[in-house]
Design a protein around this ligand. Sequence first.
Ligand SMILES: Cc1ncc(COP(=O)(O)O)c(C=O)c1O
Length: 396
Amino acid sequence: MMRFNTKLIHGGRRHTFRELGTIVEPIFTSAVYVYHHDIDRETPHVLPYKYSREDNPTVAHLEEKVRELDSAATCLAFSSGIASIRCLIDSLVELWGKITLVVPLDLYGSTLVLFRKYAQRGLIELITVSPGTDSIVEELKYLNSSSIVVFFEEISNPILRVYDIEEISRTLRDKNVERSLIIVDNTIPTQIGIRPIEHGADIVVYSASKYLSGHNDVIGGLTSLSEKVREIESQLWHSRRLHGCIMSPFTAYLIDRGLKTLHLRMQKHEENARAIAEFLNDHPKISEVIYPGLSTHPDFKISVKILNNASGIVSFRLKEEPDLSRMFKKLKIIIPGVSFGGPETIVTHPLTTTHRYLEENERKIVGIDNKLFRLSIGLEDVNDIIEDLDNMLREV
Ligand SMILES: Cc1ncc(COP(=O)(O)O)c(C=O)c1O
């Protein structure tokens, strides 16, 4: 039995390990494989491979590694994080008919927009609640539906609430509904922070474009299913096949390569983030610092209970209204941008970028305003990041 950090390096399917002695899984570029007519092709992952829109060896190697890392029954890789979420909801609707989807409002903006589109088409009933475990639990207690799906980000975007999967799971099980599911978007903590299936989640999704690949050079998504929901796999696989959104083998290679250093990177991201959070906490221009590793965080107790790593995102709120272009012009290292999880520190202004499609009342509930900033703390020397931030804040 390999331990977790060893699995990051040695896990996976490894197609040519014995035959060629390769120690790195190759990028299999073949789109087409010899067709074996005597094999039933209606189930996922049937070997030998047939066509790379359905399955591919490099992708299968990564899927197997992530399955192991998530303590899952199976895993499928997609062309993006949003494609993983889309195919998953499609599959649930296909299998169960109209589902009731309960989500807190503190989600990545496009995820919420996607859910709203499903609701507008009458495919799902969408119930949005205020951020925080208590709001979900309260909603679930009184909710009347035979197919309940709860979706949340384990550390949420951009206000970094931490969700108590165990409590949500307990509440949902106690209801004894015909069909119920917990889907956790684990993009920010990664498996280093928490392995949600071990805490009661049924499905875990990732934007692998962030920490898992880790170098700001990849777009990809991954979905892990627990044993309890394994029957969804076939539908999910067909959905991926028909949307044509399997991950490319080049992407799978880069994510596999990134995973080999995930533990080291997350450790450093967290160390740097903690130092930045403490620096910002004492800064006279800032009214609020949000970081799950700070004892002032509203979910600090949950964070201590279930997270092994508080990740590398720090959000903060200015006291005064910002002049964005003046502030960002001062930056020499930190990059104004919209993503996170790479070695470069990135500053995001959610109101005008990632969360601009939220309605005004929703932004109010979540706390997204003109003064809120999100930092993806990179792997640079922390003193350089602090100096750069300090220069930027002088312009406020
Ligand atoms: C938490 C979270 N989930 C999902 C996504 C979507 O992933 P992708 O951009 O890879 O499609 C993002 C993107 O920023 C995200 O931040």
